[in-house]
Design a protein around this ligand. Sequence first.
Ligand code: IDP
Ligand code: MG
Length: 144
Amino acid sequence: MTDAQQTERTLILVKPDGIRRGLAGEVLRRVEAKGYLLVAVDLRTATTELLEEHYAEHAGKPFFDSLVEFMASGPVLAVVAEGNRVIEGFRVLAGTTEPTTAAPGSIRGDLGRDWGLGVTHNLVHGSDSPESAAREIALWFPVL
Ligand code: IDP
Ligand code: MG
């Protein structure tokens, strides 16, 4: 494949709120409908150790402990998706962090809302840069 080095990968998580609400399929549907390729999909309950690593950039922030506790509160669907500019593309599909103001048409904008909790429940995670994607994929899928 001549364009292999242009192809990019990202880590997507359907967070525990998304699994509890039965929206894993809807998230995968949007990723596939956009044209990205699913490379790996795994439903699992993450350890606090993995989550503290995953969210290391937020260590020390007021919502950090609530975030880790929330993310460990049930299974997440961990997904690696592939395609040119998929990192940026999935962040656009996901919408901005706050679901109240996330754009309609995005996952968070269409399907999320403010539940008045200490940590924002916003259904999905997506890597925010090539460096984050490489780090996060290695954490969640060491075999890849
Ligand atoms: P992102 O998921 O849109 O990249 P980040 O700033 O990386 O947003 O934050 C990671 C996660 O932490 C968010 O998705 C959300 O669940 C939670 N979060 C971020 N900021 C806040 C906050 O100010 N209060 C409560 N929870 C937050
Ligand atoms: Mg982030």
